[in-house]
Structures are given as C-alpha cells and as structure tokens.
Ligand binder design. Structure first.
Ligand code: NAI
Ligand code: OAA
Length: 313
C-alpha cells in the first residue's frame, strides 16, 4: 500500500516560519522544508536540526530540513510564504508593502518553477495585497492561492470572548472577515458560545470593546514585543489551514480569497468564509449582511484596494 508523505515548504525561517515548521512536524502533517535566503542558510539548517532532535522526545517522525535551495522544495504539496519584514511599534502593516512585494514576488517566481502543482498560503504582510502579488507572480488558479488572516483574527476575537465569559474557547464560534487591518469586520451577529448568540450574553459596550481590541490585536502584540510581531497564534493558524487542505477536511474558515463578484467586489483578495479542502479554496460563502455590516466591509475592502493598487505603481 502506497502511503503518501506530504511535503510542506515554509519559506522564511524567522519567527513565524520556524514556529510553523515545528507545529507542522508536531502534528506529523508531512515532511517540512524550511527555506530562507543564502545568507541565512546555516541558522536555517541549525533551526531545522534542532527541531528534528525534538522528534524523539515529542514522538514525531516528520523530517525537517533547513535550506536556501529551491531544489529542496521540488514538488511540494503546500508552500507557506512567511518571507519578508515584520513591522515594529509605530508602523502599520501597509508600511511594508513595497519591500515585501519584492520579496514575495521573487519567492513566487521560484515556487512557480519547482512546485507548479502546490497550494500556496501567504502570511507576509500586508497580507491581502501580498496574496494578490503572489497570485499574479505564480499564475496558479485562484483556488490554490490563499492568504492567512481570518483564522488568526477570529482566534483573537474568540480568545477575548472566552475570557469575558470565563468559558472554554472550545465553545466559542465567530467570524472575522474583511482585510487584515484595523478596519477588519468581526461579525457579532454570527458569533455564539455553546450555540447561544453572544449578544444575549455580553453587554453591548463590552462587545464593542472586544471588537475594538480584535481589530488592533496584531498591534497589541507588536507593542508588547517591541521588536517584531506575533508568531505563535499566526503559526497555529497556518497549521490549521494546512491541515484542512492535506486532510481534505472541508472546513469552513475565513481565508483571503480572490473575489470575482462575491460580496459585490471584483478582482480583490479579501478575507471571507470559505470551504478548505484538498483543492484549496473549494467554495466561498456569501453571508447575508445587514446594511451596517456591509458598510463596515466596504470600508475594509476600500483600504485593501488602496494598498493593493500600490503594487501596480
Ligand atoms: N498575515 C498574518 O496574519 C501575519 C503576518 N505576519 C507577517 O509575516 C512576515 C514574517 O514575520 P516574522 O516571521 O515574524 O519575521 P522574521 O523577520 O522573523 O522572519 C522573516 C524571514 O524571512 C526571511 N526572508 C527575507 N527575504 C526572503 C526571501 N527572499 N526568501 C526567503 N526568505 C526570506 C528573512 O531572512 C527572515 O528569516 C512579516 O511580513 C509579518 O508582518 C506575521 C504574523 C501574522
Ligand atoms: O501585526 C502584525 O504586524 C503581524 C500580524 O499581522 C498580526 O499579528 O496580526
């Protein structure tokens, strides 16, 4: 019986990339290729070897290698792109657009050649625009180019709801859609705890606080860290998306997808609820929105469109 070992390449071996690689191995989702620039080859090899040596203790058999050669990424099933600069306190994600667009495009040129059948997940910021840049550079069908923001933003939102009510995070459900910026749209009406709508459990002013804190959740961590941005929850989010695809789980989670008319937007990558399975994005769900929710989404879409437009300048 031939059992396939999946190959997952993580480009960028910094905080998010290295954490993702370890979490992927811990879950034995496949063999992991951790890839960074030639100047970082030895540290990348060192991180990979260190992770590999956790295998006997944590009982995983995934192979992890560190490299700067795209030859090692040949025929990857999934490629996760975390390459790029992270923001520092006082910066917005959008400030990274020019430098990270160059990096993401050059990474995608390589990925296109060595792993033409792969499904690519982008993390680099500003991630909505970077997913657009990746889509153009890869030339892959839209179902195979996916950005990560909604899993993370929803995780933050659910964390705050669970803390507010002192209940298990396992029972909290919610959705954050829109762009990965301060205009993102946590959908209170679609949020529940143990099936009970949160607006019957939490006072309006407290819900507003939770929504506000979610919107600046990345900035809260940036300010605390002082010299970089979040990586544990972002890595966990990438791993959840990878697992949904490799196990063909048909999970419904918010991801950044190319919209071609959905929600009234065209030619725009934006966070929306989607079905993730073996073919990547298998379906986009169009939720019914109130006028207020749609206005909030329009505002978020507008700011993503503004940053994405910088790419063609
Ligand atoms: N979408 C999201 O929800 C999130 C996005 N991010 C973004 O992810 C990116 C990475 O963040 P961190 O890992 O914390 O940064 P980091 O600075 O720790 O790591 C970035 C790595 O990318 C590498 N790199 C740069 N150019 C490269 C190239 N051409 N090819 C391969 N590797 C290259 C660097 O050498 C470095 O090791 C940032 O842009 C950050 O803003 C971070 C967290 C969440
Ligand atoms: O805030 C940042 O720059 C990193 C990120 O996207 C997040 O943690 O949400």
């Amino acid at each position: 019986m031939a059992i396939k070992r999946y190959k997952i390449t993580v480009v960028g071996a910094g905080f998010t990339g290295a954490t993702t690689a370890l979490m992927l191995a811990q879950k034995e989702l496949g063999d992991v290729v951790l890839l960074d620039i030639p100047q970082m080859e030895n540290p990348t090899k060192g991180k990979a070897l260190d992770m590999q040596e956790a295998g006997p203790v944590q009982r995983f058999d995934s192979h992890i290698i560190g490299t700067s050669s795209y030859e090692d990424a040949v025929d990857s099933d999934i490629v996760i792109i975390t390459a790029g600069i992270a923001r520092k306190p006082g910066m917005s994600r959008d400030d990274l657009v020019n430098i990270n667009a160059g990096i993401v495009k050059s990474v995608c040129e390589n990925v296109r050649h060595v792993a033409p059948e792969s499904i690519v997940i982008i993390l680099s910021n500003p991630v909505d625009a970077m997913t657009y840049a990746a889509f153009e550079a890869l030339g892959f069908p839209k179902n195979r180019v996916i950005g990560q923001s909604g899993v993370l933003d929803t995780a933050r939102y659910c964390t705050f709801i669970a803390q507010e009510l002192n209940v298990s995070v396992e029972d909290v459900r919610g959705f954050v859609i829109g762009g990965h910026g301060n205009d993102m749209v946590p959908l209170v009406r679609y949020s529940s705890v143990g099936g009970i709508p949160i607006d019957t459990l939490i006072p309006v002013d407290r819900i507003e606080e939770i929504v506000k804190r979610t919107r600046v959740g990345g900035g809260e961590i940036v300010d605390l860290l002082g010299n970089g941005s979040a990586y544990y929850a972002p890595a966990a989010s990438l791993v959840q998306m990878t697992e949904a695809i490799l196990k063909d789980k048909k999970r419904i989670i918010p991801v950044i997808a190319l919209l071609e008319g959905e929600y009234g937007y065209d030619n725009l990558f934006l966070g929306v609820p989607a079905l993730l399975g073996a073919n990547g994005i298998e379906k986009i769900f169009e939720l019914e929105l109130t006028a207020e929710e749609k206005a909030a989404l329009d505002k978020s879409a507008e700011s993503v469109r503004g940053v994405t437009a910088i790419l063609s300048k």
